[in-house]
Design a protein around this ligand. Structure first.
Ligand SMILES: [Zn+2]
Length: 202
């Protein structure tokens, strides 16, 4: 499995192009569909699915164009459909934990509410795409509509229980860094550390 990190837009968003042979998935495609189309064509990849970690505009902006062109629906958690502003007919909304079989990809959807009510992390093999739930050394904002700080602590605790060599890929490259490992975050991320410390009272 190959993972391309594509930085797009004015907010340091990270779109991920995950490929296996000629099959590809896009996670949080936003901002520059021309660039994404060009990248798919250049790499001779066939786009099988689009998945969103959550419905905030900076993770979905202009993605409807891509969906229409490829005749695809995007996977998104039901509670974030209203946030994303995309025509609901273009969305494959689901609820809760899921295992999706998409071409050669085994995709595990891990619900991680807190930043938004329908926020999820997307695990494929040893990689987990954490959206705005977990960043290297930090976590997403919990002061937005549909945020919930207590749910965020529970979600961080859930992520801390993944194998320590799991690679994380976050939704923004704040400070130039978008990836890390669960093992590193368990030790260095103060928000994850607090969630682990307080686990009995969550
Ligand atoms: Zn967000």
């Amino acid at each position: 499995m190959n993972i391309d990190v594509i930085n797009l837009g004015p907010m340091d968003n990270c779109t991920y192009l995950v490929s296996e042979g000629t099959d590809a998935l896009l996670i949080d495609p936003a901002w520059d569909m021309n660039f994404l189309e060009h990248t798919l064509a250049e790499k001779k990849l066939n786009l099988l699915a689009v998945l969103f970690t959550h419905g905030h505009f900076d993770h979905v902006k202009f993605a409807q164009e891509l969906l229409e062109k490829h005749h695809l629906k995007a996977y998104i958690e039901k509670k974030d459909v209203v946030l994303c502003g995309i025509d609901p007919h273009m969305l494959a909304a689901y609820e809760g934990a899921q295992n999706l079989h998409i071409g050669p990809f085994e995709v595990e959807i891990i619900p991680t509410p807190g930043h938004t009510a329908g926020g999820v992390c997307i695990k494929i093999g040893n990689a987990v795409f954490t959206g705005d739930t977990l960043f290297p050394g930090a976590c997403g904002r919990v002061d937005l509509p549909s945020s919930d700080p207590r749910q965020m602590r529970k979600s961080l605790l859930k992520l801390s229980q993944l194998p320590e060599d799991t690679q994380i890929f976050a939704g923004h490259s704040y400070g130039g860094k978008c990836s890390s490992t669960i093992g590193y975050e368990r030790i260095k991320n103060p928000f994850m550390r607090n969630a682990i410390r307080d686990k009995d009272s969550l």
